[in-house]
Design a protein around this ligand. Structure first.
Ligand code: PLP
Length: 446
């Protein structure tokens, strides 16, 4: 017993040193609980996700109206799940040596309408919820049972034009919320850091969204944007560091994925474990999706976050128990990464503590690998996703590369079922990256 606890302390020490030195690590979360135990302590439940999903359904006729690309899906913003057998083969080849048993899939949120990234879930949901409340309070809608297409009437649009939406974003959140804000008719202001991609600014500008650019990193931009929105009486700030609504918007993915898996005949149970790999920035996206997956698929889904070695903010917060009270810069890391959606120094204030009982673990990845995976995916499947997204491709590889991950399988009696396992790489973005930038990224060496 004493020896055991000593060695776990030593392990922690080694892990912490490796994190500080930007070495790729794997951390297994010993605080994970069975879903029934975890949910008792949780302030949110499956019924919160149900009501978020119902809200998205109420809005669907209106979404269909303002975003013609959603007509086929009847105004529901959703992406397909596809099997990627060629990627699996490529990962299993000697060079990478994943030795992955089971089947490999990708959840194509990179193809989501309204921005081409996962932000079209949480970001759009947050703004729709705000819009609904505002519309009912101001008589634009009579009630929550009203015809939501009324939101597109000239008088409704005139009303929304008197209101302002502020978003602080390094990119994809600004893109999704900017597009939907403007489409509803709000005056929409996206506050971005100087290093945000030009093409994202171009798309937003072309739609009439106002862009404000600031020096500093993501955290700086958010605090400046927030300060500006605060003094604006008609303004609403879409906050991805501290939004329960955004979180629930992401969580709806769990409910919908359950249905998609059933449609594809993919079982999730003791003999058929499901592993899901999610890129993590502030944690809102992977946290929300993990919560949704655990609520609707139960204990046989294992969620793993992936962070860049230079910006492992969620990992650092969890390992130290300091959550959002520590930054990666505090331990000497730069916070800089080519995975721009994950270039975050401080995790969300609401995710870490909340998601811990639902989470299996966190792994980190060096930037160099992101581009290796980007090319590998393109060469094997002719699928393009952005570098941030590529972090998730490290997930299926970790089982053969990391003794800690191997231990997780052993400790959870999973080894014997790996032949039947399903692995899902959550492709979080890249759908709108222009062709010239794609070519640049495909050729990039770091
Ligand atoms: C935002 C984003 C993430 C991470 O989401 P967080 O909520 O910041 O953790 C991952 N991938 C892409 C492409 C993103 O845009």
């Amino acid at each position: 017993m004493e020896l055991d606890s000593l060695s776990s302390l030593e392990k922690r020490e080694i892990l912490f040193t490796d994190i500080k030195n930007a070495i790729e690590v794997a951390w297994i979360n010993n605080a994970k609980l069975p879903n029934n135990d975890a949910i008792i302590r949780s302030v949110l439940t499956a019924s919160d996700i149900d009501s978020a999903e119902a809200r998205l359904r109420r809005f669907a006729p209106f979404i269909k109206m303002i975003f013609p690309e959603t007509v086929e899906a009847k105004g529901i913003i959703e992406s397909p799940i596809i099997e990627v057998p060629e990627l699996r083969k490529a990962l299993n080849r000697e060079k990478i040596g994943a030795n992955l048993a089971g089947r490999l899939y990708m959840k194509m949120d990179s193809e989501l309408p309204i921005g081409g990234s996962v932000k079209a879930r949480g970001g759009v949901y947050e703004l729709l919820k705000y819009t609904e409340g505002l519309a009912v309070d101001n008589g634009v809608l009579d009630s929550y049972e009203d015809d939501y297409c009324k939101l597109g009437s000239p008088s409704a649009r005139a009303f929304f034009a008197t209101r302002k939406i502020h978003i602080g974003s390094t990119g994809n959140l600004g893109l999704s919320v900017g597009l939907v804000g403007k489409a509803i008719g709000y005056e929409t202001i996206v506050h971005m850091s100087a290093d945000a991609a030009e093409w994202k600014k171009d798309i937003l500008c072309s739609k009439g969204v106002i862009i404000k650019v600031y020096d500093g990193d993501y955290g700086d931009v958010v605090s400046k944007a927030k300060a500006e929105a605060m003094v604006d009486a008609n303004g609403h700030f879409v906050d991805d560091e501290d939004s329960k609504d955004m979180f629930l918007g992401y969580a709806v993915a769990g409910k919908r994925l359950k249905k998609q898996l059933r449609q594809q005949g993919i079982a999730v149970d003791k003999e058929h474990p499901l592993f899901v790999y999610l890129p993590c920035g502030v944690g809102s996206t992977p946290g929300g999706i993990t919560f949704g997956l655990r609520q609707f698929l139960g204990d046989h889904v294992h969620c793993i976050f992936v962070e860049p070695t230079q910006a492992p903010c969620m990992l650092l917060g969890m390992v130290t128990g300091l959550y959002n009270n520590i930054t990666v810069q505090d331990v000497g890391l730069s916070g800089k990464t080519h995975a721009d959606g994950l270039a975050v120094g401080r995790p969300s204030s609401v995710i870490g503590d909340f998601i811990k009982p639902f989470l299996s673990g966190i792994i980190t990845i060096k930037d160099k690998r992101l581009f290796d995976y980007l090319r590998l995916l393109w060469e094997s499947e002719r699928i393009f996703i952005e570098p941030s997204s590529c972090a998730a491709i490290h997930g299926p590889v970790c089982w053969s590369h990391s003794p800690e991950m191997r231990d997780y399988l052993e400790d959870n009696n999973l080894l014997r079922y790996m032949e039947n396992a399903t692995h899902i790489i959550w492709a979080t973005g890249g759908g709108l990256v222009p062709e010239n930038i794609r070519q640049e990224l495909l050729a990039k060496k770091v």
